[in-house]
Design a protein around this ligand. Sequence first.
Ligand SMILES: Cc1cc2nc3c(=O)[nH]c(=O)nc-3n(C[C@H](O)[C@H](O)[C@H](O)COP(=O)(O)O)c2cc1C
Length: 214
Amino acid sequence: MNVIEAINTRHSTRAFLSQPVEKEKLNAVLEAAARTPSWANSQPWEVFIATGNTLEKIKNGYRKKYADKATVAPETPRPTVWSEAAKERQKQLRPDMMRDCGDAVQQFAGLNQAMFNAPAVIYICMDQVLSEWSLYDIGAYSQSILLAAVEHGLATIQAITLVLYPDVIRQELKIPDNLKLTIGIAIGYADKSNKINNFVSSRSPLRETVHFYN
Ligand SMILES: Cc1cc2nc3c(=O)[nH]c(=O)nc-3n(C[C@H](O)[C@H](O)[C@H](O)COP(=O)(O)O)c2cc1C
């Protein structure tokens, strides 16, 4: 597979099979992602992976939080303000999903709450003292994971819902206090029978976002 194929093939998967991910494949994905560029090669990512019983405990903790309607507390706050252009593009998400997934869209919230039934979640942290530039590096690192996963036949989704209740995650993973939990990436094998995974999100035409001067 070449890079362009990997970029075009990757899409967010919202329903996984229970089939575990081979540790060698996870290692290979993370070895590749470690090549991500970062400010002065600072490599700000600190990674914690939950699988098996540990992930089950986190999922149970989340179930309880949702049942109790607990207040969400992501350590990188969710955005409260969007530009008009970003708001317009976000409006396209639901109609696109309806187009590709039909009734399966109704599972969206439930699958998010169930951590997409993923067999593994990669949690990415960075030191609290680091700046937005390190968060920029974390974004690049995340994309490297997503693309390397494609090469190994693995499906992924990065999701804020995976880090809405950090206390549950911190209870199970030994994340040092100096680290901030930024994002989670669910990884595994796609449940191809679930139509929610048919969703291929659209993109704005280049002329809207790219300004070329000669
Ligand atoms: C930082 C970030 C957080 C996201 N959080 C969620 C989420 O909580 N739930 C979800 O279903 N998708 C989430 N997504 C996936 C986006 O909706 C998805 O990337 C976007 O619609 C484009 O679709 P694609 O990934 O299939 O190309 C998130 C993506 C990013 C980059």
